[in-house]
Design a protein around this ligand. Structure first.
Ligand code: UN1
Length: 498
């Protein structure tokens, strides 16, 4: 194996070591003997240097015409297209998702580049008539300044792109702290922006751990927006800390996403969708299909069919052709998965398939677990309530659509949901009543496209959305501008009132 590369922080256009002089390693979760990169273990001083660089770059970036900013994004999209295969391979090595999915993750960042690049020529505000004569009024978006972005390892290029690009197109500058388990994908993405001509200091990367590097970013008085994807507990902490300096905060957090399967559903289609939704990315998506809320009359048959399909999954290193499911990301996450499987067994759920960790042969070097399906699950069980973030799903039998919707909504999260049915009336009732930010019909709970808003209700979010033009709202203020060309004082609500 070749010597791992050492990555430095990117601050003000320069690659610099952390002031701590310390580094950390990221290893391949499919084979932890392989170190994939060495990264700076940064602290508050590094964060401060990056924020200062972003703050001074802001002065000219905010005045660069938005279509010009968009042109840089278009160029970066072209570069990333050329580099897609290498970026996907780096991603698989650093966080384990199978190569076809890693290509999808890179593609999502490419899609986002093109979409947001086009926003450079839109960024629409409003013009609206005045209630007064000879008066003009409009609203425009204005940037906020330095944005602090804290991103996860499960979509290590797509999710940084969701945050970086809306921030940049509006004229903000960025300091990003990527997850310590998968920083290379952020480097690969940012390198495209740099090579496309993004001026120094407009984007800065600082790597490190949450308490040492993430916390000072959230606390920094010159950071105006924090956008975070990760756990609800950390999101709540960020909200409290950020309140002290009145920052804007956008949060994307957990999910416990349910697929409703009605008795008229095409079960073969369901099986294909569930296996993709539950075990794609080894279940490590916020949108993973971690519950199947199945009509009692089809639940057993569904379990049998699902078991056969799940058992045909090939587990291993995502770089190997033919492998369809990779490992969990790290030892901690692996333990969480193994512990939840034990919890499910103790709670009295039936193991329909799987239920065991894999430790033989080459599996011993990674964090591998069988795809696991529990049957006879009650909606109140922990495995049906808590986010597992692993290859585990739970079949919960129900007797009606009303009960199915009640169960689907009966968790603290509200990210994604789905219904399989041939009945248009049932589909529309579900679309109306499922309390999630995303609803799928006859498809699993994963697979969002970047040009619609992405996010969730309840403990999943704080009312903001990524994706779509809605993502722009996180990174700007609205300014309303009134121009009175009457030559006289016109008092709104007074001079024109009855
Ligand atoms: C996530 O679930 O963590 O919707 C992000 C999807 C992907 C993004 C998922 N486009 O499945």
């Amino acid at each position: 194996m070749s010597e791992p590369q050492t990555y430095k922080n990117l601050i003000g256009g320069e690659w610099v070591a952390s002031v701590t002089g310390q580094t950390f390693e990221s290893t391949n979760p499919a084979d932890t003997r392989e170190v994939v990169g060495v990264f700076q273990q940064s602290n508050a001083e590094d964060i401060d240097a990056a924020v200062q660089a972003a703050k001074s770059a802001y002065e000219s970036w905010r005045l660069t015409p938005a279509p010009k900013r968009g042109e840089i994004l278009f160029k970066a999209a072209e570069l990333l297209r050329q580099r897609k295969e290498q970026a996907a391979r780096d991603m698989t090595r650093e966080m384990g998702k199978v190569i076809t999915e890693a290509r999808g993750d890179v593609q999502e960042a490419i899609d986002m580049l093109y979409f947001i690049a086009g926003e450079g020529r839109r960024l629409y505000g409003q013009t609206t008539p005045s209630e007064m004569p000879n008066k003009f009024q409009m609203s425009v978006r204005v940037p906020l300044g330095v944005c602090g972005l804290i991103t996860p390892w499960n979509f290590p290029m797509a999710i940084p792109s969701w945050k970086i690009l809306p921030a940049l197109i509006l004229g903000n500058t960025v300091v990003i702290k990527p997850a310590e388990d998968a920083p290379i994908s952020t480097y690969n993405f940012v390198q495209c922006l740099v090579d496309a001509g993004l001026p120094p200091g407009v984007i800065n990367i600082v790597t490190g751990y949450g308490p040492e590097a993430g916390e000072p970013l959230v606390r920094h008085p010159d950071v105006k927006v924090v956008s975070f994807t990760g756990s609800t507990a950390v999101g709540q902490h960020i909200t409290k800390v950020a309140a002290e300096t009145m920052k804007h905060v956008s949060l994307e957090m957990g999910g416990k996403n349910g697929i409703i399967v009605m008795d008229d559903a095409d079960l073969d289609l369901v099986v294909e969708g569930v296996v993709w939704g539950a075990f794609g990315t080894t279940g490590q998506r916020c949108t993973a299909s971690s519950r199947l809320i199945a009509h009692r009359s089809v639940a057993d048959e569904l379990g049998r069919k699902l078991a056969a399909k799940a058992e045909s999954i090939t587990i291993g290193s995502g770089l190997d052709e033919g492998v369809t499911m990779g490992p969990s990301i790290n030892a901690d996450q692996y333990k969480i998965v193994c512990d939840y499987v034990e919890v499910g067994k103790q709670e009295g759920a039936t193991v329909v398939t799987g239920g065991e960790r894999l430790t033989d042969g080459n599996y011993q070097y990674g964090f591998f677990h069988q795809p696991t399906i529990f049957g006879d699950v009650k909606a109140s069980m922990r495995i049906a309530q808590e986010e597992i973030f692993g290859p585990v799903t739970a079949i919960i039998p129900v007797d009606s659509l009303d009960e199915a919707i009640e169960v689907a909504n009966g968790v603290k999260y509200g990210l994604s949901s789905s219904i399989y049915t041939q009945d248009v009336n049932q589909a529309f009732r579900a679309m109306r009543d499922l309390d999630t930010g995303i609803v799928y019909v006859n498809a699993p709970t994963i697979g969002a496209e970047i040009h619609l808003p992405f996010g969730g209700t309840k403990a999943t979010g704080n009312g903001h959305r990524e994706g779509g033009t809605q993502a722009l709202d996180v990174f700007c203020e609205w300014k309303s501008i009134y121009v009175d060309f009457s030559g006289g004082l016109q008092r709104a609500q007074i001079d024109n009132a009855e």
